[in-house]
Write a protein that binds this ligand. Sequence first.
Ligand code: ADP
Length: 304
Amino acid sequence: MQTVIETKGLCKAYGKQLAVNHVQLHVPQGCVYGFIGPNGAGKSTTMKMLLGLIHPSAGQVFLLGRELTEKNRLALLRQTGSLIESPSGYLHLTAQENLRIVADLKGVPHKDIDRVLDIVHLTGDRNRKVGQYSLGMKQRLGIAMALLGNPKLLILDEPTNGLDPAGIQEMRALLAGMPAATGATVLVSSHLLGEMEQLVEQVGIINQGKMLFEGSLRELQRHSKGSLTLRVLHPQKALAVLQTNGVAAQLKENFLTLPPLWDDLVAGLVQALANSGAGVVELTRHTKSLEEIFLSLTETKGVV
Ligand code: ADP
């Protein structure tokens, strides 16, 4: 599979601080890639370098297989749509009028406006003034602007910021369907892992300018799975089953604490425990917070 965004040793220094510290991104074609990290981690700075809005202190950016340089920047960015700052658009104009202005700037025919309005579900509101839009609608209009000209790549910085739960849900559904609807690869940043978990296939985790993890969501979940608590009627029978299956467990009263395990293994264990007559009453998985995942990633020094 082609890598549509790649960075090599990307750095940005502000004074003595390395806001982006040797970041290596690999975004495969056709996916939704979640770029996740707390506020101040370096997400926006990285994205701005991908778009040539700020100069890297060191390192290289490759978009669509070509190195981003002063010479080919415009050609590459013509194939890229972005939403970096909060939603743009003239409030006293309608969505349609705003899109016409952007289409003219991009040299895109006006007929493309119908397509992008349809994708972001704003066709019915196209003739309303943007000043009357909710924040969610403004964000979707921003994405419609980014989609004009059918870019191969979409770079969206925290598009769910400030949205209410319904708006977040809508944005998630919109982005999840984006590769199928438009063929574009989506790089989307967020400071909320939970929000991204239901949306992205690939993730990059950044903290204090450094990538701690890059890979599939499944691999990240290996890090983020918490321990399990099992309550049974007959702990000794349960302990024997766990031992046979090579699972270390700690017993305290009728509660057994198990290490993080894959779902398949858990399902098999529950079956074996039931067959043994241990009497399974309760099984709880403790989910790790983003903070704990960061911590476990830092402890293992990441798996980039
Ligand atoms: P994020 O998008 O993950 O919230 P940013 O990329 O905006 O993080 O910021 C990363 C770090 O770089 C922060 O510590 C921030 O204060 C610093 N930073 C960002 N832009 C500038 C700037 N123009 N001048 C100085 N420091 C900056």
